[in-house]
Design a protein around this ligand. Structure first.
Ligand code: HEC
Length: 114
């Protein structure tokens, strides 16, 4: 009985830990999300994606975007039909791209908008 209880606590602790990592990533925090939001407006992402990612090529409130995919799309760009997303890998710093990823992940379905 005693053993079983501590086993359950261990399982819970591990589950909580990986949830925290999955939800926010190791480095994302409110300041980073705010920086990403500012960049999104200042760098013109909003021209094609709406000022909060909700129009044009919609990025907010989706359930299919992963941090890795968002990161590589921002770096390398994307072509879809006649539309083009320019690559930003040589324009933005890694830190700026990370901030944009943190912001975009913060406006997905699974989480509350900032
Ligand atoms: C000139 C217009 C344009 C600009 C500016 C632009 N994008 Fe895009 N973006 C697109 C297009 C077009 C796609 C591809 C849409 C598709 O696959 O249907 C895309 C796709 C994406 C995706 C992947 C979404 C998906 O459905 O595959 C992300 C993430 C993204 N853009 C982020 C950004 C960020 C961050 C910026 C600013 C640094 C930015 N975009 C600037 C046009 C733009």
């Amino acid at each position: 009985m005693r053993l079983r209880l501590s086993y359950q606590i261990l399982v819970l602790a591990v589950a909580n830990c990986s949830f925290a990592l999955a939800a926010s990533g190791p480095a994302s925090n409110p300041e980073q999300i705010q920086q990403g939001r500012t960049l999104f407006l200042e760098r013109g992402c909003s021209h094609c994606h709406g000022h909060d990612g909700t129009s044009g090529v919609k990025l907010a409130g989706r359930d299919d975007l992963t941090p890795d995919y968002v990161l590589s799309t921002i770096k390398e760009g994307k072509k879809s039909g006649g539309r083009v997303m320019p690559p930003w890998g040589s324009i933005l710093s890694d830190g700026e791209i990370q901030a944009l990823v943190a912001y975009l992940m913060s406006i997905q379905n699974a989480q509350n908008p900032p």
